[in-house]
Ligand binder design. Structure first.
Ligand code: AMP
Ligand code: MG
Length: 408
């Protein structure tokens, strides 16, 4: 059996980082920048007021106090967006709003709270320092400065920065197009009546959601039965939509393991056993005229889920232009004992609790139902507890490695 690490490295060998594409700002959310972004403008673009108040010459207010307020004539009114504010001579002031350009001559803003709010003449009851409540041109970003680096994921904050420096579009890695296909004669689309021996199809919904959470564009084909010709025809028809294909089911040792049967004779797909539980039977390779990468996951829903997080996720990350890092890992104290098969690494669905003031080491509680067909604990689990190959059991209180599942 092959190690988990070896399998991940084989899978990463299938994919390269794609060429950049220019995407409109609105479509760039969740993609990864292919090049650094340099600001064509300074931020702020001009000196402006950080408060609603009065633009003044600070020197005029040197002697202002509550007992002896200084009175200044208000000679202009400057709202945000004012194109050419009047210059202010010493001894005068202008009413000014937050974000409005500073008038020439004035060197400070007095917040309206320090005044009587007058519109013809204003009374100010304390001194102002030069520069106070003025946002200086370029104090946030200098024109020509790099505001975002290559490889940065465009999240909400990054969107704000891109828009603020006036970018309409950005060079990013294209969102990977993932095709998800399940196989199984027993499967029925949720919402329809179930016949004898049938089950609802859950894997493709689960994997489509997981791939979307990873910033991919997903085409969920749903499922096909266990007829080899139908499986191959369906796969072939889907290739035009795919940068990567993910299938589930039909890869173990059964008589109707159709994915294995069909792909063993086509393309370069290799079927192997990975030293893990769940998720032992895995297949990977390329198919079709463009050598499209395909990952064939086992059909048990929990095996498919674990396989996604261990194997599919790093592949998708590389395609997105992110480092193909594994899930973040922490050490945690086991709440209960667990067993594990010898020679295979177990990934148990578990709930990881926050560390407390009394115990800085987090606690991890494995779910009670760990069968690879037992889906119920998937929704509650926020982590995968790892039991190493050589261990057949861990005791309550032992420290163990825990992979933290992403929460979106
Ligand atoms: P297989 O890998 O095709 O032998 O399937 C293993 C187990 O997973 C069987 O019990 C299947 O019924 C179940 N299974 C396979 N595919 C799916 C699916 N898409 N949704 C839910 N269960 C599935
Ligand atoms: Mg099957």
């Amino acid at each position: 059996m092959k190690s988990v690490e070896q399998h991940i490295s084989d899978l990463l060998g299938l994919v390269a980082v794609p060429e950049p594409t220019e995407l409109d700002l609105l479509r760039a959310h969740g993609t990864v920048l292919a090049e650094p972004v340099v600001s064509p403008v300074s931020l702020p673009g001009f000196d402006n007021s950080s408060m609603d108040g009065y633009a003044v010459h600070a020197a005029d207010l040197a002697d202002a106090s509550a007992a002896h307020p200084v009175r200044l004539p208000v000679v202009a009114d400057i709202p945000a967006g004012d194109a050419s504010p009047t210059a202010i001579r010493p001894g005068l002031c202008a009413r000014i709003m937050t974000g409005a350009p500073m008038p020439e001559g004035a060197d400070a803003v007095v917040p309206v709270e320090w005044t009587d709010g007058g519109t013809v003449e204003v009374s100010v009851d304390r001194p102002a320092r030069p520069g106070s409540f003025v946002r200086r041109r370029g104090e946030d970003v200098h024109e020509g400065a790099t505001v975002l680096g290559a490889g940065v994921r465009v999240g909400a904050g990054e969107m704000g920065v891109l828009a603020a420096v006036g970018r309409r579009s950005v060079p990013v890695r294209p969102r990977p197009r993932v095709v998800v296909l399940s196989t199984g004669e027993e499967l029925v689309e949720p919402g329809r009546p179930l016949g004898p021996g049938q089950i609802y199809e859950s894997n493709s919904h689960m994997l489509a959601a997981a791939a979307r959470d990873e910033g991919c564009e997903v085409y969920r084909h749903g499922f096909v039965g266990d007829d080899p010709a139908a499986v191959w025809d369906t796969l072939e028809g889907l290739l035009v939509r795919a940068d990567v294909v993910v299938t589930t089911g039909g890869v173990s040792m059964g008589a109707y393991d159709v994915v294995k049967e069909v792909l063993s004779t086509k393309g370069t797909v290799e079927f192997t056993q990975v030293a893990m539980q769940p998720g032992k039977p895995q297949g990977f390779g390329t198919i079709g005229p463009d050598a499209t990468p395909i990952l064939t996951l086992p059909g048990n829903p929990v095996s498919a889920f674990v396989s996604f997080h261990l194997f599919v996720r790093p592949v998708l990350r590389r395609l997105r232009g992110l480092p193909p890092t594994p899930l973040p890992s922490v050490r945690a104290r086991l709440a209960t004992e667990v067993d594990s098969p010898e020679g295979r690494r177990s990934y148990l669905r578990a709930v990881l609790s926050e560390p407390t003031a009394q115990d800085p080491v987090p606690t991890v509680a494995p779910a009670v139902r760990q069968g690879s067909h037992q889906l119920s604990a998937l929704a509650d689990a926020n982590a995968l507890l790892v039991v190493p190959e050589e261990a057949v059991a861990l005791a309550a209180g032992d420290l163990a490695e825990v992979l933290v599942l992403p929460r979106y």
